[in-house]
Design a protein around this ligand. Structure first.
Ligand code: ATP
Ligand code: MG
Ligand code: MG
Length: 385
């Protein structure tokens, strides 16, 4: 299909699903990540992958030697060495290292978006404890204190509710060892997300608007179509596409948004890669986010992003404890649910809150969808406060 080899920095579940899509197209993928049995390495097991850190410049150079195109499945990579490699002009890298670097830092990302008139919630730099007092004065309680870098699954966020919690908050975020900033707390009506695919020539296409539900800062459920009116849906799509047009490079991008009761929409953050809120596209769309990412970075024609079913949902299977069997009970239940597809990530250690897999359910209508997912959600939600 295509003789080029793709090198991927990161070997987690997003890499795994990317390799699944590449495998169908006979496209070779080399993964760089530390564990020899990383989820993504298990899929093309006959391929020799690279065991090492995706922040290690030597390992990244080794990856670049084996591949024609480099991409990422996690943004917390060494963007500097990617910039150097790009300047050496020996390899194609998507998305562009400057985009990866910008997005790595949520504060620079928000500054960039607001400079380009993309709506974001009010935010302020918090380099010291005194600046935190200024932020509190400005935004009041509750206040969202966030790590600028290395954040994922809500690790790096602290919802500060009162003065009593300040020292706890600072301690749990590393006492400024990782730089911090603050955001105004947003009492959103819904969280939305749009996956946008962008070719190097600037052509963009977006997937349908989804609703995402997070519990304790971590994505729990995604469903599509979002239960919003057509005007809001168009607006979310336009904002997402405009946000992506401010960035350089090709690939798929996840745009997370807050929808307020008055119809206002704010961009929360952007992921420069396939995204949890786009897993459902594997079963529910004409071309999945993973295949479209591959098409984008190889500069092949984009596939249709349209839904091929009326409704779909994705439920994350997060570790309940270190007991894998207990964690996988929703999967056992979904075996007897029509339209359900189980994805397990092949992770060796099950830990509380770790993403171990997901279940996608497709359906003929949104009401049928909710009745199909109900028994799965009941098990997922068991014993939760
Ligand atoms: P991800 O795994 O998506 O990268 P993250 O660690 O980068 O997550 P955020 O996306 O910043 O974290 O926040 C996680 C969740 O916390 C959001 O989806 C939302 O539910 C809530 N949240 C974040 N910022 C705010 C805010 N300013 N006001 C209200 N809720 C917020
Ligand atoms: Mg994030
Ligand atoms: Mg997020």
């Amino acid at each position: 299909m295509d003789p080029r080899t793709i090198g991927v920095l990161g070997g987690g579940q997003l890499g795994r699903m990317l390799v699944e899509a590449a495998s169908r197209l006979n496209i070779k993928v080399v993964i760089l990540d530390t564990p020899p049995n990383a989820p993504a390495k298990q899929i093309q097991a006959t391929q020799s992958h690279i065991h090492g850190d995706f922040k290690d410049p030597y390992k990244i150079r080794e990856l670049a030697k084996t591949a024609n195109v480099l991409t990422i499945e996690i943004e917390h990579v060494n963007a500097e060495i990617l910039k150097t490699l790009m300047n050496e002009n020996t390899i194609v890298i998507h998305p562009s290292p400057s985009t990866i670097k910008l997005i790595q830092n949520k504060f620079s990302q928000k500054t960039h978006l607001s400079k380009h008139k993309i709506p974001v919630v009010d935010f302020i730099d918090v380099p010291t404890k005194d600046d935190l007092s200024i932020a509190i004065e400005k935004f009041g309680y509750p206040l969202m204190l966030k790590s600028k870098t290395l954040a994922y699954d809500g690790r790096g966020n602290y919802l500060l509710r009162s003065e009593d919690e300040i020292s706890n908050a600072l301690e749990s975020l590393g006492n400024f060892s990782i730089p911090l900033y603050a955001e105004r707390w947003t009492s959103f009506a819904k969280e939305l997300a749009v996956m946008v695919v962008r070719r190097a020539n600037g052509e963009v296409k977006s997937y349908p608007v989804v609703e995402t539900v997070q519990k304790e800062n971590i994505c729990h459920l995604v469903f599509v179509p979002a239960q919003i009116n057509g005007v809001i849906s168009e607006k979310a799509k336009t904002i997402a596409e405009e946000a992506i047009q401010t960035l350089e490079g090709a690939g798929v991008f996840g745009v997370e948004m807050f929808l307020m009761n008055d119809g206002h929409i704010y961009v929360n953050e952007i992921a420069p890669r396939p995204h949890n809120s786009g897993h459902y596209t594997i079963e529910a769309c004409e071309t999945s986010q993973y295949e479209n990412h591959i098409r984008c970075i190889l500069d092949l024609p984009l596939g249709s992003t349209a839904l091929k079913v009326p409704a779909a949902a994705m439920i994350n299977i997060l570790g309940k404890s270190n007991d894998l069997q207990e964690t996988l009970r929703p999967c056992a239940e979904s075996l007897s649910i029509p339209g359900a597809t189980i994805h397990l990530y092949g992770k060796q250690d099950c830990r509380k809150g770790r993403k171990m897999g997901h279940i996608t359910v497709v359906s003929d209508s949104i009401s049928q969808l909710f009745s199909r997912i109900k028994p799965i959600l009941e098990i997922v939600n068991e014993n939760e406060h």
